[in-house]
Design a protein around this ligand. Structure first.
Ligand code: IDP
Ligand code: MG
Length: 139
């Protein structure tokens, strides 16, 4: 059964470009409830740990540098079928392939600097929420 929680980050490019408000509005309009949220910055070490699954990929170093290059917004979101519906809302990894109206089509600049993260499975959503938030920060 599909779970009802997912995890997102508004990435440093979108924060720098002033898109926090617009992206949160899209998330709300799509019917997600925010259950935890923080404005924070990842150290190189934390970014490396978060993206450990991509350690062997050629873009890993670039990804870790980028994700620790400035503040982010991290949030846990709730909705029926949250993981799949959120991936639809953000669009393809590469913004040039992202469907019209998706967050990445609107706000991403490149395949690396693609505005938002979205968890790709219920299991990873729970792992990522626990990585960023204690139980007492979740509502
Ligand atoms: P996803 O974010 O759509 O799930 P993944 O394949 O899990 O995409 O990759 C994680 C992140 O790594 C992407 O969101 C993007 O920031 C970065 N990334 C993926 N592919 C490339 C690439 O070819 N060059 C540079 N960065 C990449
Ligand atoms: Mg992914």
């Amino acid at each position: 059964m599909a779970g009802n929680r997912t995890f997102t980050m508004i990435k440093p490019d979108a924060v720098r470009n002033g898109h926090i408000g617009a992206i949160l509005a899209k998330i709300n309009e799509a019917g997600f409830r925010i259950v935890a949220m923080k404005f924070t910055k990842l150290s190189q070490e934390k970014a490396g740990e978060f993206y450990e699954v991509h350690k062997e990929r050629p873009f890993y170093g670039e990804l870790v540098d980028f994700m620790s290059s400035g503040p982010i917004v991290a949030a846990a979101l709730e909705k029926d079928n949250a993981v799949e519906d959120f991936r639809k809302l953000i669009g393809a990894t590469n913004p040039s392939e992202a469907a019209e109206g998706t967050i990445r089509a609107l706000y991403a600049t490149s395949i690396g600097e693609n505005a938002v993260h979205g968890a790709d499975s219920d299991e990873n959503a729970e792992r990522e929420i626990a990585f960023h938030f204690s139980r007492y920060e979740q509502f």
